[in-house]
Design a protein around this ligand. Structure first.
Ligand code: FAD
Ligand code: SIN
Length: 537
């Protein structure tokens, strides 16, 4: 393989590369260390990931009154007909084993006395959410995984290293190129196999709960390398992000509603019982849409989360991080109404994988939020994401160790009806417009305004046209910011194109011009590659 002259070649390579140090990447790295040298790259500090900020908890059928089949049923129901049942089965059956493994490695979940404590979240039929330090579950999970990884000498963690491209040889992924933030040099590292565990894409949207590392890098890299992406139109909007002008959209965990918080509109009416029998604990897509409708109806910029019916001491003790963060904005969540509105939170779609995390490219695996395993269908059940990272992180590593060959993916086929808007050819390599930061701001606003919670064909078509124009021309500079811009501008049109192609409403994808599910055939996943426009199978 020829490398550009400014790229340094690391001659000794490693056995496995893991891109990302969140729950999926770290769980995989620990497993992979059984079979050779593992290099983990994180583009920022090792703790800067969505995992670190996860609040509510991790779902698993562990409590005495719960059953794996109930967790399966709830997940399928929330997924609105689009879950891959065999993947969900893996998730709910292997989840409890993985959680006990985590506890053996030192994970400290909250307990009532000696017994594990469980809370409830939307669309769960049982209290099955394990949590830690009240509302800092992800941070405690990452602490435990990092502590374990640091005892294993064959795992090398390289923070502040930004992966730019996957290296290919004879159609196989054989390494990675990254920029070292300290030296600004680009380096190529060869490896037997690469795991994408780069997380989500929240920052493709103007308003998001995600940390700034979530730019869809892994999806963009895989797409450029020729991998199949799936279900990109399904973006979950968390109903309750703090709405303070000029402040980040800090998440207000669904567990608050699980413990009794209610939603009120500008007129202080409790509105959720009008939308769903489970009221505030309805599936996320239902709650997010209801909030938008109430905002429109009352011409308000937000609605309110009301915890005043809960015991204030319990609120402060159970949700210390949320309590102290809101206090910084002069909001006492135990006494005041908290202004909130939905924000982009989670990508159900991503790089298509089989049940072992293998992608359509030999040598490339994906786990965690970057992957589309099919477990979440059209709408993820709360607290199933950390579980997915744990279960499929471990499975992907096993597959990489065992030279697993992927099961066949649906073959791309042109669909004459899928894309009626002319789009430019997908970029063969990373490309950028003249003023990347300006283009990114525009793209994020376009997605928020036109590819958000309520969509329609006219606005989606306009979004596709403009996003395609924005994504063209020029090569990125050798910097993280430049490649992040390029990746956002690669992923944004994919979401819009897939959303335009799906002419129905299902889960988190709601089209006001197609408000019903398409029942004329069994639910189908969308697929897109750099040479094929969105198609369904
Ligand atoms: P992440 O944890 O996001 O890690 C991604 C890693 O990839 C990072 O280390 C990053 O540096 C690295 N990376 C990315 N791009 C590159 C690159 N180009 N080069 C090198 N490294 C790169 N889910 C739940 O189940 N329960 C919850 O309670 C919950 N709460 C949440 C709260 C918030 C505020 C948010 C944002 C999400 C929450 N979620 C929750 C979702 C869940 O946290 C994430 O989906 C999950 O943590 C993703 O894990 P991951 O390992 O796939 O990726
Ligand atoms: C939350 O705490 O509400 C986030 C849970 C999740 O995203 O699953």
């Amino acid at each position: 393989m020829m490398l550009p002259t400014m790229v340094k070649q690391k001659d000794n390579g490693v056995d496995f590369i893991v891109l990302g140090g969140g729950i999926a990447g770290m769980r995989a790295a620990i497993e992979l260390s059984r079979g050779g040298r593992v290099l983990v790259l994180t583009k920022d500090d090792v703790y800067e990931s969505s995992t670190e900020y996860a609040q509510g908890g991790i779902a698993a059928a562990i409590s005495e009154d719960d059953e794996v089949t109930l967790h399966l049923h709830d997940t399928l129901l929330a997924g609105d007909g689009l879950c891959r049942e065999e993947a969900v089965r893996v998730l709910v059956e292997e989840g409890p084993v993985q959680i006990h493994q985590l506890i053996d490695w030192g994970m400290r979940f909250d307990r009532n006395g000696t017994k594990l404590a469980f809370t409830r979240e939307g669309a769960h039929s049982r209290s099955r959410i394990l949590h830690a330090h009240g509302d800092s579950t992800g941070s405690e999970i990452l602490r435990a995984l990092m502590a374990r990884a640091r005892t294993i000498h064959s795992i090398k963690l390289l923070p502040h290293t930004f992966a730019t491209e996957l290296a290919m040889e004879d159609g196989k992924v054989c390494g990675v190129t990254y920029i070292d933030a300290k030296t600004s040099e680009s380096t190529h590292v060869p490896a037997r196999a690469v795991l994408l565990a780069t997380g989500g894409l929240g920052h493709v949207y103007k308003e998001t709960t995600n940390p700034s590392v979530a730019c869809g890098d892994g999806m963009a890299m895989a797409y450029r390398a020729g991998a199949i992406l799936s279900d990109m139109e399904f973006v979950q909007f968390h109903p309750t992000a703090l709405f303070v002008k000029g402040a980040p959209r800090f998440l207000l965990s669904e567990a608050l509603r699980g413990e009794g918080a209610i939603l009120r509109n500008l007129l202080l009416e409790r509105f959720m019982p009008r939308y769903h029998e489970a009221a505030e604990l309805a599936p996320r897509d239902v709650v997010a849409r209801a909030i938008i409708m109430e905002m429109h109806k009352t011409r308000a910029e937000c609605v309110y989360l009301d915890l005043t019916g809960l015991n204030p001491d319990h609120v402060k003790k159970r949700f210390p991080r949320i309590f102290s963060t809101c206090l910084q904005y002069n909001i006492d969540i135990s006494a005041d109404l908290v202004p909130i509105r939905p924000a982009a939170h989670y990508s159900m779609g991503g790089v298509a994988t089989d049940l072992m995390g293998a992608t359509s490219l030999p040598g490339l695996f994906a786990a965690g939020e970057v992957a589309a395993t099919g477990v979440h269908g059209a709408n993820r059940l709360a607290s199933n994401s950390l579980l997915e990272g744990l279960v499929f992180g471990a499975r992907s590593a096993t597959a990489m160790l065992n030279h697993h060959v992927s099961t066949p993916f649906p073959s791309p086929k042109p669909n004459p009806h899928a894309e009626t808007v002319p789009v430019a050819a997908a970029p063969q390599a990373a490309t950028l417009p003249c003023d990347p930061q300006k283009a990114v701001e525009e793209a994020r606003a376009i997605l928020w305004d036109n590819v958000g919670i309520i969509r329609d064909g006219k606005h989606l078509a306009g979004a596709v046209r403009r996003l395609t124009e924005l994504a063209l021309a020029g090569a990125p500079e050798l910097s993280r910011a430049s490649y992040e811009a390029c990746n956002i501008l690669t992923v944004a049109p994919l979401i819009a194109r897939c959303a335009l192609a799906r002419e129905e409403s299902r889960g988190a994808h709601y089209r006001s011009d197609f408000p019903l599910k398409n029942e004329t055939h069994p639910p189908r996943h969308s697929y897109v590659t750099k040479v094929f426009p969105p198609f369904f199978a």
